[in-house]
Design a protein around this ligand. Structure first.
Ligand code: NAD
Ligand code: AKB
Length: 317
C-alpha cells in the first residue's frame, strides 16, 4: 500500500494533488506538508495528515518519513522561474540542496520519488518547435539550471543507488483553485481572473510568444499515472516531456472571447519574464511519455477555457 508524503503541498499543484491523491489512495495514506502554514489552505491542512516540513531541514523530513511509514515522496517544494531570477541563491538552495536532501532520504528509507522538472530545463539553443525528448539543454535562468541539474541528479540516484525516481517536464499549468507561485507562464492564469472581473487584461508576455501549457486536471493525472507506471517500461524516467497545448496571448484571448465577446487584451511587457519566455520552447514533442506510460491529455485550449471560466465564476461569486 502506498504511504505518500507531498512536500510543498500548499502550492498550485500540491493543493489539488493532495485532494486527488487522498481520493485515490485514502485520506490517511497521503501526508501533506509545507515549510509554512498558509491560512487560506486551513481546510486542506485540517482535512487530513499534515506536517510542517522545510526540505532544507533533513532531520524533520526524515522524522516525518519514519513517523508516517512513508514509501513514496512527491517533492513539489521549489522556487519558480520569475521568483528565482529575483533571488537566485534561494532558488538554488531550495531546488538543489532541498532536492538533494529529499533524494538522500528516499535512498536511506527506500522510497519512490516523484519530482517535477519543467520546460525551463531547456534554453535558447534548444530546438524551439516540437522540442525533442532528448536534446540540447543549456538553460539561462537559475530555475532552469536547477531543473536541468535536478533531472541529472535524479537519473544518478536511480542508476547509482536504485532509487525509483520519476518526473515530467511540466509546461505552464493553468488552474482556478490556487494561484501560481511566481512563474513566467502565470499570465495564462491571471488572464482568466481578469476576464471575469474586468473584461480586460494587460499581459506581461508579448504578443506572438508561444509556450506550452496544460490544464491542472491533466497535470494531476500525469503525476499519478507516472507514479503507477510499470517501471520496466520507463526509459526516460525523470524528465518526460508532457504537453497539452501551445499558444500565444492572442490565442488565449480569442478562446476567452468565445465566452466573453467584449474581452480586451493589451500589453505591458515585463522584460525579465519576456526574456525567460523567449528562452523556452514554443512546443514540445511528448511522444516518449505517450509511448512509455500512455500519456494522453484531455483538455485543449477551448475545453480548458470553458471549464476555467465556469469554475472561476462560481469561485469568485
Ligand atoms: P508553488 O510555488 O505554487 O508551490 C511550491 C510550494 O512549496 C509553496 O507552497 C511553498 O510554500 C513551498 N516551499 C517553498 N520552499 C519550500 C521548502 N524549502 N520546503 C518546503 N516547502 C517549500 O509551485 P507549484 O507550481 O505547485 O510547483 C510545484 C513543482 O512543479 C515545482 O518543482 C515546479 O518547478 C514544478 N512545475 C510547476 C509548473 C507550474 O506551472 N505550476 C510548471 C512546471 C514545473
Ligand atoms: C514557470 O513559469 O516558472 C513555471 C514553469 C513552466 O516551470 N510555470
Amino acid at each position: 500500500m502506498r504511504k505518500i508524503l507531498i512536500t510543498g503541498a500548499l502550492g498550485q499543484i500540491g493543493t489539488e494533488l493532495t485532494t486527488e491523491m487522498r481520493k485515490v489512495y485514502g485520506l490517511n495514506n497521503v501526508v501533506a506538508s509545507n515549510r509554512r502554514i498558509k491560512k487560506e489552505h486551513e481546510q486542506l491542512i485540517e482535512s487530513g495528515p499534515f506536517e510542517v516540513i522545510d526540505i532544507n531541514d533533513p532531520v524533520t523530513l526524515a522524522a516525518a518519513v519514519d513517523k508516517h511509514k512513508i514509501n513514496t515522496i512527491v517533492n513539489l517544494a521549489a522556487i519558480l522561474s520569475a521568483t528565482g531570477e529575483k533571488d537566485p541563491n534561494q532558488c538554488w538552495n531550495i531546488n538543489m540542496n532541498g532536492l538533494y536532501n529529499v533524494l538522500e532520504i528516499a535512498r536511506e528509507k527506500n522510497c519512490m520519488l516523484f519530482t517535477p522538472s519543467s520546460i525551463a530545463a531547456f534554453g535558447p539553443s534548444t530546438p524551439k518547435d516540437k522540442t525533442p525528448q532528448d536534446t540540447i539543454q543549456r538553460p539561462t535562468t537559475m530555475y532552469g539550471v536547477t531543473k536541468a541539474a535536478g533531472e541529472l541528479l535524479c537519473d544518478y540516484y536511480f542508476k547509482k543507488f536504485g532509487v525509483d525516481t520519476r518526473g515530467v517536464r511540466f509546461p505552464g499549468l493553468i488552474s482556478y483553485k490556487t494561484l501560481p507561485g511566481g512563474g513566467t507562464t502565470d499570465y495564462a492564469v491571471h488572464i482568466y481572473y481578469e476576464a471575469l472581473q474586468k473584461q480586460k487584461y494587460v499581459s506581461f508576455i508579448q504578443k506572438g510568444t508561444y509556450m506550452d501549457m496544460m490544464y491542472m486536471p491533466d497535470a494531476i493525472n500525469a503525476i499519478i499515472d507516472l507514479i503507477e507506471a510499470d517501471s520496466s517500461k520507463l526509459k526516460h524516467r525523470n524528465a518526460f516531456n508532457v504537453t497539452a497545448m501551445s499558444f500565444e496571448p492572442e490565442m488565449i484571448a480569442a478562446s476567452i472571447r468565445k465566452f466573453i465577446p467584449d474581452f480586451e487584451l493589451n500589453y505591458d511587457v515585463d522584460p525579465i519574464r519576456q526574456e525567460i519566455a523567449n528562452s523556452w520552447p514554443d512546443s514540445l514533442d511528448d511522444s516518449a511519455a505517450r509511448e512509455e506510460w500512455g500519456w494522453n491529455p484531455k483538455y485543449d485550449l477551448d475545453a480548458m477555457t470553458k471549464d476555467m471560466l465556469e469554475k472561476l465564476k462560481t469561485k469568485l461569486n
